[in-house]
Design a protein around this ligand. Sequence first.
Ligand SMILES: O=C(O)c1cc(=O)[nH]c(=O)n1[C@@H]1O[C@H](COP(=O)(O)O)[C@@H](O)[C@H]1O
Length: 280
Amino acid sequence: MTLEPFGARLRSAMDERGPLCVGIDPHASLLQEWGLNDDIAGLERFSRTVVEAMADRVAVLKPQSAFFERFGSRGIAVLEKSVEEARAAGALVVMDAKRGDIGSTMAAYAEAFLRKDSPLFSDALTVSPYLGYGSLSPAVAMARESGAGLFVLALTSNPEGGEVQHAVRTDGRTVGATVLAHLAAENAGEEPLGSFGAVVGATLGDLSTYDLNINGPLLAPGIGAQGATAADLPRVFGSAVRNVVPNVSRGVLRHGPDVAALRSAAERFAEEVRAAVAAA
Ligand SMILES: O=C(O)c1cc(=O)[nH]c(=O)n1[C@@H]1O[C@H](COP(=O)(O)O)[C@@H](O)[C@H]1O
């Protein structure tokens, strides 16, 4: 079955369920807090619980691949199952694997995560443009073919990101602004929303010198454990706030393993986001 483009599917999901994205980040410390062992059974129980609690209600789930990769092939098998179950329950899955490489290798990453019949096929993938935006073109092409999307690291939530992303190029533009401009070109004319998103941290304060109107989604990590709140979103994103997909991982996950407690934590964040966006 051909999928509608990711941007259109994401817009519908945001309209129906609200824009919140919950991360599936099985940190060793969270497994311990949940009373689970830091082993494959613990990983499986953790992921299954988050999917059960969230996949029928939030727009997006974002598994962080590293936490699965650390268990080797059996961890990847759990990741595959989580993606499949989350998608079957109606959530869109953004695979957070932050891939980036020379174009010919990027093509293989695209096959791994974005080819429709791949075991790890996800609705979208996080990618790094810091080998040059053009190195991502095999992933852009594969995403277009499959109805998938990308989230390209533009202005990341971590304090170290600025030394690369705010750096000024010889043409006077910052590196981050150039990534955003590439994405705006990718999404030009797409309705209701393009499929090529940017990652822009909710932690970054005033970004009014950046044009965030890329006609694509803006994945905004940093709410909760990294110190940003939903109330920061209008200030950080300005007129682009309606395209923001705010991500919360530990801020929700630390309320587990109780499914009801996970759901009410996510609902509190979702309500704060709704209120902040409505007031913007
Ligand atoms: O691409 C991401 O998702 C991402 C980009 C970024 O700039 N900052 C960032 O924190 N993330 C991811 O978002 C999640 C944030 O987790 P919490 O800080 O626990 O909410 C982690 O999975 C990070 O890897």
